[in-house]
Structures are given as structure tokens and as C-alpha cells.
Design a protein around this ligand. Structure first.
Ligand SMILES: [Zn+2]
Length: 435
């Protein structure tokens, strides 16, 4: 059982009031409510409640990756600078790289992305035959980028990211892979339930030829975008002046907006594989593989989701990645309901916990010396989607009723034990439905 009193949570009371002091809601709320702590500029300790959301997000991404037969691997973060010099990216990226030297004066860097290194690994597969293709490998791990960190999880110097690399036999099949990954990205972002914009992006910077970005629109987003009011197309706005036109319908009825990039797809061709001789065998002939790379910023996505959904004083999460799905508030020690209704706590907890989609996602606010009202306030601030209160009406012997609050929807109802379980089950199924 997850108990509020046991959760490591460095704040004086459970949740203190917050003022949006950092200019972004995710940074203010996560720090003030004790979900993360800064260590240095752009690096954070993720504390237990936030860590749960990170774990859920990672698990969800893995599930979607496995739908397209991608296999999980781990790539070392510590990589020789030489790879970046050979690929030609070193000069352009140098200022963003964290670099260090080993005891033999060999230059190393902490990877911000891994195209060079994974291509180097694929070189070892010189005996990869046509039957093994396509190959899709991904990892979820920390990345490092030396830049101006700001807005909490939106721009960090150390951050968690999913990166997928795909290898195909020819251009046609790699384009198919590109479309397949884009489709699974569409489904993933749709599943999270926050409106997103997909825009065509410049593929040049990575040395590729096709690229898309996935954005959440918010005023603090760093990517300048524009929305066309005629055809609804969103595109990158690269102009300094106001006179821009929609690339699709050529209308100039476009409105500027800002986006946070939460996902990115690149079709890379053979830029990296040719240079590093990452080949497969076509018959007996070695042929460079066709490559693609695909990112989702895990911690940035969480920060961006909080930015989109939260108020200045209340955290809100997409249901699938909320740290807990349900919070149960048992009666206060001094109340009459304490003796008459406390026994329902275990029953409700066990019933809900036995539902597979809710398993391990039930929080019990066991601080029985704190009033129900104060505990309910804390659960709302934390943004737990469903709150069950075992209060006065639960102690009626004839027809005990439980209070169910839908936090996002700001509504509540009283239900019998069976109806309570049924209603929560229904709500959860609805929220976790995949197309
Ligand atoms: Zn248009």
C-alpha cells in the first residue's frame, strides 16, 4: 500500500502553496510541491512522486515501441569524441557537448544523441543478411547537452530521452519504416490525450531528407510556429517579419504561435552508414543500410504536459502518466466515521488494486490526524485524477455512500461500494482506451 506519510517528500506540510516564481508552471509546481529538486543549472533530482510518472511514461513508450517490433538496448553515454569528428558534426555541435578526458588523455563526451555510435555498433554486424532486416533498436536513457537551461523539465542539461534508430535495406523500405514510426507516434500522442501539432521540419541539420516535429502549443514554447486559418496546417515560422504564408495552401492568413517539441522523427538515408560502413549483405554484396532516428523527450514530455494541463497552483497530468491514479482518504481520527467506516479503506484499496490497469497506482492518505478537507486539498494540488473520500455518509449502516471526485472534470458524486468500484473501472477503461 502506498501511504502518503511514507513518501519521501521534502516539504514542510504535505503541499505548500506555490507562486509561479520560475516563469513556468512545471518548474514552480514540481519544486514547490517537493516532486523535484534542482542540483545545478538544468539538472534535477527526480523525487519519488515524479519518478513514478517518469516510470509510467517510459513503460508506455516501451509498449508503443514494441508494437512496431523495436528492441530495447543500452548505448554507453561515455563515447569517444573521435566519432563526432569523423562524422563531421563535431564543429557544429562542439559548444553543446560536455567533454572530458580519460586518464590517457583520450577525449570523450557525454552523448547528446547517438547516430555515430549506433552506426559504429552496426558495423560489427557485417554478416547481417536480408532476412534480419529491418532492424529497429531503441533505448531510454539520460542525454547531456550544455545549453541555457530553463523552464524546468523543458530544457535541461541532463534529461531523459527515448531514441530509436532504424536500419532498412533500401530507400523504399526505410520510407515505409518512417511512416510506420510516425503512425505509432501519432497514436502515442493521441493516447496521452493532449492536443498536439505535427509539423514538417528541416531535415538538413541531421544530414537527412525527411523530418517531422511533434509539438504542444504553449506561450513558453521555444519553437516559432504558425497556424493557417484556411487549411489548418501548422508549420515552422522561420521569418523574422510578420509576412509569412502557409506552405500548403499559400494563404497568408496565418497566426503565429509557439510550441514545445516533444517528439522528432528523421529519415537519414545513408549519410552515417556509408561513412562508417554499416552494411548488410544483399546476396554476398555489402550494401549500406538506410537509417532513421526518432526521439521522444521523456522528461520534457512530462514537463510540457504539466505546462499544458496545470493551473498556477494545481498540478494536472494526463491520466496514463499520473503518478497515482486514485487517492483514498480515510476518516479523520477525531470524527465519528473513524470507528464506523475505517474498515472500508482496505476493502476499497484491495478491490481497486486488483484491477490490472490500476494495480500499484493507488495512494492512501493515511494522515488521519489531518482533516479530510486538508487532505482532499493536497490530493487536488497533486493532481491525482480520482479521489475517494470515506466520510460521514460511509458510516451509515443501512446504505453507506462514498464520495468520488473527478479532479480533472471538477465534479463529484456519492456512490455505494459496488457502484464506486464500477464507476472507477469505467472511467479508467475510458481513459486508457487505445484506437
Ligand atoms: Zn493553409
Amino acid at each position: 500500500m502506498h501511504r502518503v506519510s511514507k513518501i519521501f517528500h521534502p516539504a514542510d506540510s504535505m503541499l505548500q502553496k506555490t507562486k509561479n516564481t520560475f516563469g513556468s508552471k512545471n518548474q514552480s509546481l514540481l519544486i514547490d510541491y517537493g516532486l523535484m529538486k534542482p542540483l545545478d543549472k538544468g539538472t534535477y533530482y527526480y523525487l519519488p512522486i515524479l519518478q513514478r510518472s517518469i516510470n509510467k511514461t517510459s513503460a508506455l513508450i516501451k509498449r508503443f515501441m514494441h508494437k512496431i517490433d523495436a528492441q530495447e538496448i543500452t548505448i554507453p553515454n561515455l563515447t569517444a569524441t573521435e566519432f563526432w569528428k569523423k562524422s563531421g558534426r563535431y564543429d557544429d555541435y562542439q559548444s553543446e557537448l560536455f567533454q572530458l578526458k580519460d586518464r590517457n588523455d583520450k577525449m570523450l563526451l557525454l552523448g547528446p544523441t547517438f547516430e555515430e555510435v549506433i552506426t559504429h555498433m552496426m558495423k560489427f554486424g557485417q554478416n547481417i543478411g536480408e532476412k534480419q532486416m529491418p532492424i529497429r533498436l531503441y533505448q531510454i536513457g539520460n542525454k547531456f547537452r550544455d545549453e541555457n537551461a530553463r523552464y524546468g523539465l523543458l530544457r535541461c542539461r541532463e534529461f531523459l530521452m527515448k531514441d530509436l534508430y532504424t536500419f532498412d535495406m533500401d530507400k523504399e523500405s526505410s520510407t515505409q519504416t518512417y511512416e510506420e514510426v510516425n503512425e505509432i507516434y501519432d497514436k502515442f500522442f493521441k493516447f496521452l490525450g493532449i492536443p498536439f501539432k505535427k509539423v514538417e521540419a528541416d531535415a538538413q541539420q541531421m544530414g537527412g531528407n525527411l523530418s517531422h516535429e511533434y509539438h504542444y502549443l504553449t506561450p513558453i514554447g521555444e519553437q516559432k510556429l504558425q497556424e493557417c486559418s484556411v487549411c489548418n496546417e501548422t508549420s515552422v515560422n522561420s521569418t523574422e517579419t510578420g509576412d509569412s504564408e502557409c506552405p500548403k495552401c499559400k494563404s497568408n492568413r496565418v497566426e503565429k504561435c509557439s510550441g514545445i517539441e516533444v517528439g522528432h522523427t528523421f529519415l537519414l538515408g545513408d549519410t552515417y552508414t556509408k561513412r562508417q560502413k554499416a552494411h548488410y549483405l544483399k546476396g554476398n554484396k555489402p550494401v549500406p543500410m538506410q537509417m532513421g532516428c526518432y526521439g521522444i523527450g521523456v522528461t520534457r514530455l512530462i514537463g510540457a504536459a504539466i505546462e499544458k494541463l496545470s493551473t498556477d497552483s494545481h498540478l494536472r497530468w494526463p491520466f496514463p502518466i499520473a503518478p497515482f491514479s486514485v487517492c483514498i482518504v480515510p476518516p479523520e481520527k477525531r470524527s465519528k466515521a473513524f470507528n464506523a467506516a475505517s474498515h472500508y479503506l482496505d476493502e476499497i484499496h484491495n478491490q481497486l488494486n486488483s484491477i490490472p490497469t490500476l494495480h500499484d497506482s493507488i495512494l492512501v492518505d493515511d494522515r488521519i490526524r489531518v482533516t479530510v478537507g486538508d487532505r482532499f486539498r493536497d490530493a487536488r494540488r497533486l493532481g491525482i485524477p480520482l479521489v475517494v473520500i470515506i466520510g460521514k455518509k460511509a458510516s451509515e449502516p443501512e446504505n453507506p455512500q462514498f464520495e468520488l471526485h473527478f479532479i480533472q472534470e471538477e465534479k463529484e458524486c456519492y456512490l455505494s461500494f459496488n457502484d464506486l468500484i464500477a464507476e472507477i473501472t469505467k472511467y479508467t477503461q475510458e481513459k486508457l482506451k487505445e484506437d
